[in-house]
Design a protein. Sequence first.
Length: 285
Amino acid sequence: MLLLILNAFNNFSFLDILPLNRSGWLTTEMFIKAVVDLLLEFIKETNNPNTKVINFHHPTELIAKLDLRIPINPTSLQKVIEDCKEVLKYQVRTGHPRFFNQLSTGLDLIIFVLMEKEIIETMCEIVGWPPGKRDGIFSPGGAISNLYAVNAARHYMFPRCKAIGMVETPNLAMFTSEDSHYSIRGAAALVGIGVDNCFPIPVDEKGKMIPSKLEEEVILAKKNGYVPFFVCAVGGTTVYGAFDPINEIANICKKYRMWLHVDAAWGGGILLSKKHRHLANGIEK
């Protein structure tokens, strides 16, 4: 029965099911049921003491066995289900009766780690970062990503902060669009820089940061004894969906030796658009 369903899915992709295809309920239902059947079989096998806790293969073997490349065209639903089977086949069965390692029974799938690396590498290519000078992580959300960015910038500029805190660190100043997400100011508070030392930069009538105002604030901060170290440009504000002029901001950051962070949680998807990608010009810097 499952084989018949899989063959039926060979000519369908995610474009043929909900929410993209409003008339695709039957295909959607069949697809979800096929995935549920896989999961039920997996749960049954996992609770059988006679099955293996892990079908171990070294990551290099898994890379050779599995095609993790991101295709140009949509993957068929049949291939998606087959991939799901492969993922379950090689995972550690943390719910197995003979699994005596960590207390949790979460899903830490080896294949997902390999997928993550492949997706990060592909996205780095799309952004335009050169090999050997790029890396990334999967983040739970935009707010914590901004926190990661501020902490990474501070560590890059003042690595001793990790060991001794802010004792030897000068008064740091960071700058962000007045329409940026509130989490940037929250990050300033959490890492010990202080909300008052996170300076908002005015925006124009379209909601974009004004580069000349940024430079004025940087110069003023230096005169007041601050060390400017971080600028957050926004790739799609939550106010207007505005894109800051990243190229111009990047040039200012280079001039004053500041870390440039682009919060593109809202609008980063335009990197995949030939028509709108220009809005993020400079993000590779």
